[in-house]
Ligand binder design. Sequence first.
Ligand code: GLU
Length: 306
Amino acid sequence: MGAGRFAPSPSGDLHLGNLRTAILAWLFARSTERAFLIRVEDLDRARAGSEELQLADLAAIGLSWDGDVVRQSERSGHYAGALDELRDREMLYECFCTRRDIAEAASAPHAAPGTYPGTCRNLTGTERAAKRELRPAALRLRTEVGSFAVADQLHGTYTGAVDDFVVLRNDGVPAYNLAVVVDDGLQGIDQVVRGDDLLSSAPRQAYLAQLLGYGIPGYAHVPLALNSHGKRLAKRDGAVTLAQLAALGIDADGARSMILASLGLPTASLDAALDAFEPTSLPTDPWVFTTDPNALGTGKTIGWPS
Ligand code: GLU
């Protein structure tokens, strides 16, 4: 049996867009007889108490998951093991570039946008020793391809850039792209459902998964929720977290109904939605979420997709 997952970063309350992605990950997993796992991505940006609130919100909208919640902060040995393997295969190199170095090099005429220009790829031992005196090194993957294709259930075949991306940050923290690949690989996750802001990361991750001998998961990058200005939904947009909605008299069942309605699915329960779930008929446009205060108390729908 394969597995799907939802992998929130505990950096604050989940909002309706995050909860919608969680519901979609659950629907994809359960409709394909997969386990559904929760992994807390707390290597970075973790805020005290946020994990508990996020898990409580997931439970409140009716989601259940298999096994214990896994935390990245407890898995450093796995990341170190993968780094050791890549180091033994001479696939890592030290990079001393600052963001500014990269931005300047990347504006050179032949640089591919958004990719590392390879500045530190071929430093000599003497050059590296000198740079080590100045600042700590990050580790980058010495990639052997320029791009890689992944299969996405909503986007079809997606080919994207694979540069020498960072696998260990210069503060010693495993990079997201390494951690996510190691975790998905070791947790037996063969279905990755997440927001489509991460679509462009999938080729790098799939390439690394292949290098490490893991299967490449199937992907479904789902549309994000946007506010009425077309920007990614955020807590400051108002009634978008369960706590904010509760203050307006909308409980977790009501929030779940709004999300299911936005997906064109039956709203009575998650099980009813699961029975009707059909990935190919999912909306592929962003969910534009309006929170019009004038609609409050008028009996009109609040925050319904426009
Ligand atoms: N932790 C990431 C986020 O909350 C998701 C990573 C993933 O699903 O691969 O945006």
